[in-house]
Design a protein. Structure first.
Length: 325
């Protein structure tokens, strides 16, 4: 765990800024924390693998072409997997109703070649976490009714329709980056959801999130949010980490009195309404384009953000006592 020492408790020899890489630091503890902030800025600026290698962009471009052929073999395999899940659940229900021992619950007929899928399907019906990244998933019907699931990780697939997730009322963490999602409506009733990461999709409206009062982490970067979308987050009273980078936002005034302590707003050129951070009393870390930062006196609006770092057009402001502890 990071720990912050105030200048009164620990001497600091300072440093020369900007350094050889163009990194600039201003704050009470350059010797202790300048290097850490520089590394955080580098990590934030670095593209994720899906963005770096170009394969995802090429796939999405191909999918927009009228004659694109979806992988029917993968589609059939996931449909077969879903059918097995339903077989297992039905067998379990019948065994329970008949008072049979637990081992009888899995005695179901398997077709040739289904053995490998069967064991994965059994795992899905029992486990609290399921992960399937980059497996060409389009249809989520195989997940319907699996209320024991707490964590679901489906990075980098071809998912458009989230309807089957509406029944997963026990979900606490949901990862859906780099899919084809435009509508979050099926998530509106998942009131136990604590973490939602949907970056790199096609989401415009946040209205379905209005009632998700347990949300703590929300990552929306790379979605084309519509004007006024942020007002829907006002009832998310537990929202602590909010990433709105590269969402086309023009105005962030809708975040008034937002309780987030980490807020990421970079890659939104010409952003306005930053005065809203004066109402965000818990804010301890702000990532923002340096161009935007220079149009506002951030440290006058949020005096607690006494530490500042800047690298390659990205700025970070920090409240050391809260952020590092």
């Amino acid at each position: 765990m990071k720990s912050y020492d105030t200048p009164q408790n620990r001497p600091d020899s300072g440093g020369q800024f900007p350094d050889a890489d163009g990194f600039f630091y201003s704050g009470p503890s350059p010797r202790v924390w300048a290097g850490y902030l520089k590394n955080q800025l580098r990590l934030t600026l670095a593209p994720l693998p899906q963005e770096r290698d170009g394969r995802l962009a090429a796939r999405r471009a191909a999918q927009r072409e009228p004659g694109y052929q979806w992988d029917n073999e993968q589609t059939r395999e996931w449909a077969q997997f879903g059918a097995l899940v339903q077989k297992i659940r039905q067998a379990e229900r019948e065994a329970e109703e008949a008072g049979l021992p637990p081992e009888a619950k899995r005695e179901i007929g398997l077709d040739s070649g289904e053995e490998a899928l069967f064991f994965r399907a059994v795992e899905l019906t029992k486990e609290k976490r399921f992960q399937a990244r980059g497996e060409g998933i389009r249809d989520l019907s195989f997940l319907e009714g699996l209320t024991q699931l707490k964590e679901l990780d489906l990075w980098d697939n071809d998912i458009e329709d989230l309807t089957p997730l509406a029944s997963l009322t026990g979900l606490r963490e949901l990862w859906l980056p780099y899919n084809l999602i435009s509508d979050l409506t099926p998530l509106a009733g998942l009131d136990k959801l604590v973490q939602l990461k949907v970056y790199g999709n096609q989401i415009k409206s946040l209205e379905p999130l209005r009632g998700l009062t347990s949300l703590n982490t929300l990552d929306l970067r790379g979605n084309p949010l519509e004007p006024g979308a942020l007002a829907c987050l006002r009832k998310c009273k537990r929202l602590g980490m909010l990433n709105l980078s590269n969402t086309g936002l023009g105005d962030v005034s809708g975040l008034e009195f937002c309780r987030a302590h980490i807020l990421e707003l970079y890659d939104n050129p010409g952003l306005t309404g930053l005065e809203v951070i004066s109402t965000m009393k818990r804010l301890c870390c702000l990532y923002i384009d340096t161009e935007t930062a220079r149009r506002y006196d951030v440290q006058a609006l949020a005096p607690q953000l006494i530490e500042y770092g800047e690298l390659d057009g990205l700025s970070v402001y920090v409240w050391p006592e809260k952020y590092y502890n």
